[in-house]
Each structure stands twice: as structure tokens, then as C-alpha cells.
Design a protein around this ligand. Structure first.
Ligand SMILES: Nc1ncnc2c1ncn2[C@@H]1O[C@H](COP(=O)(O)OP(=O)(O)OP(=O)(O)O)[C@@H](O)[C@H]1O
Length: 262
């Protein structure tokens, strides 16, 4: 399988403080990674690095064989969809127009820019895949947080990225919103079999059943990584959060609780 992303021995230092240390990660086409760790462990920093928004202080990051620092970051970013729940949209754009801004990588439509018929068709298909067909004409301020999240995923997919980065996409969602998001992510996996994803979350309950791999970060270092079944265990996740944990998996979904002493 193709390497979509390869980070090797990456270090990030901010204000003289190490934020990430000795992080290596390879993501291949069709893999779906969960990135877990306590507050401040470095998850968002790692995601920004993978999305070519932050440069490593040491080590290398390659997106589709192109090395960060040696090629135009705008070119690298065009291969990566980054879904940021803090998307700074203030204007009352319609869902379909927000989705189309994924092509211009702008917050609002660029003046005089018009999509082609194929681009409009792609936007419609993604809107349908993300379960937003009935909302295509709704305006941003009238959308629920879950609908906004799914709109941003469709937007990030417009330029046909090979890698989709999702930073806590279920934050603030109610139960139906969270479940719709998880179903939409699984649908996406089936509709785009070569797409790779990296999803940051605090809650294992938010992981889609299609999650194939996991990486646990602790204090800026990789505690464990690899196929999800081997990494998402009570023992490993417990070490990551410094708690005695018990994990179970049912119908592809994970749940976690404090382990009871016997
Ligand atoms: N711009 C910055 N300058 C200095 N330190 C920073 C900067 N951004 C983040 N940090 C620090 O880097 C560490 C990792 O932050 P990061 O946001 O990557 O963690 P996280 O695992 O995503 O945390 P959370 O779960 O709280 O979102 C934290 O200690 C944070 O204070």
C-alpha cells in the first residue's frame, strides 16, 4: 500500500520547551488512525504537523513523498483535508457554498470564482454522503453543531485529498449528532477506499468502527502505536491516561471505564 504520510523522528520545540519528541508515524492509503492522549499530550500539534501547518524543529515529515520544508507548503496542504471545528466562518453561507470553498481553500467564496459543472456535482455527492442532502440550501448560522461538522468534512474532501485530518470532530455533539458523524465517517471509508484519515479524540466511544490503527501520545512521546486491536487495550490506554482502565469492544465500537478492583 502507498505511504500517504511518513513522519520520522519528529521533534517540535516551542518557547524552548519540547512539545513532541521522537515521534515517527507512517500512514498508508486506506488506513484510519485514532490519535489519543491526555490534555496537552501534543495531539493537535502532531495533527498540525501532519497537515503541514507546523514545521518540525527536527526530523522529517513527508506527505505523498513530498518533504515538508523542501516543497511549497500550499502544494502539500492541497493533498490534506484538515477539519478544524474552530472554522472561522461568520457569514451566512449556504451549505453547498461552504463545501465549495474547499476548492479555493478560503473561508468565503473568492470574488469571480465559479465552480465547474463537475465540481458542483462533486459537492452534491459529498453533501449526500455526509447526510446533508436536505440541508444543502440551509445557511451556516441555522445549522446545528453536528451539521456544521459534517459540512466541514464535505468541504475538506472537495479537493480530493489523500489524507483527512479530523481534530475532535465530535466535540459538542449530542448523541444523535455523534452517531450521525460516526456513520458518515464509516460511509466515507466505503465510498473512498484509498482515503486515509487521522482522528484526534479524547473519547474512545467516538471512534468509528472502521478505525484500523491507533497512536497513544503521552507527554509528547509515542507510548504505543499500530493496529487498533493491539494498541487499544485497557493496559495501554490506562498507561496513557494514568488510570486503571477496562476497555471493551462491541459491534466494532469501543467503550472504556475505570477498572474495578477485584
Ligand atoms: N503556540 C504554542 N506555543 C507554546 N506552547 C504551545 C503552543 N501550542 C501548544 N502549546 C503547548 O504544547 C503542548 C501540547 O499542546 P496540544 O494542543 O498539541 O495538546 P493536545 O494533546 O491537543 O491537548 P488538548 O487535549 O488539551 O487539546 C501543551 O502543553 C500546550 O500548552
Amino acid at each position: 500500500m502507498t505511504d500517504v504520510l511518513r513522519a520520522e523522528d519528529v521533534h517540535v520545540v516551542r518557547d524552548g520547551r519540547p512539545i513532541l519528541q521522537e515521534v515517527s508515524l507512517t500512514v498508508r492509503a486506506g488506513e484510519h488512525w485514532a490519535l489519543l492522549g491526555a490534555n496537552g499530550a501534543g495531539k493537535s500539534t502532531l495533527l498540525s504537523l501532519l497537515g503541514a501547518r507546523v514545521h518540525p524543529s527536527r526530523g522529517s515529515v513527508e506527505v505523498l513523498g513530498r518533504r515538508l520544508g523542501l516543497v511549497d507548503v500550499r502544494e502539500l496542504r492541497s493533498y490534506v483535508g484538515h477539519v478544524d471545528p474552530r472554522h472561522p466562518l461568520a457569514e451566512p453561507l449556504r451549505v453547498r457554498d461552504v463545501v465549495l470553498t474547499g476548492l479555493t481553500n478560503s473561508v468565503v467564496p473568492l470574488p469571480r470564482w465559479r465552480p465547474t459543472a463537475e465540481q458542483e456535482e462533486r459537492a452534491e455527492r459529498l453533501i449526500a454522503t455526509l447526510g446533508l442532502a436536505e440541508r444543502r440550501e440551509s445557511r451556516w448560522p441555522t445549522l446545528s453543531q453536528g451539521q456544521r461538522g459534517r459540512t466541514l468534512i464535505a468541504r475538506a474532501l472537495m479537493p480530493e485529498p489523500r489524507l483527512l485530518l479530523l481534530d475532535e470532530p465530535a466535540t459538542g455533539l449530542d448523541l444523535p449528532g455523534r452517531e450521525q458523524l460516526i456513520a458518515a465517517l464509516d460511509e466515507l471509508r466505503l465510498a473512498h477506499p484509498t482515503l486515509a484519515t487521522v482522528l484526534v479524540t479524547h473519547h474512545l466511544e467516538e471512534l468509528p468502527p472502521g478505525t484500523t490503527h491507533a497512536l497513544l501520545l503521552r507527554d509528547g512521546r509515542v507510548l504505543a502505536q499500530g493496529p487498533a486491536a493491539g494498541v487499544l487495550t485497557g493496559d495501554q490506554v490506562g498507561k496513557c491516561f494514568d488510570l486503571p482502565l477496562s476497555l471493551t469492544r462491541h459491534d466494532g465500537r469501543w467503550s472504556v471505564r475505570i477498572a474495578r478492583r477485584t
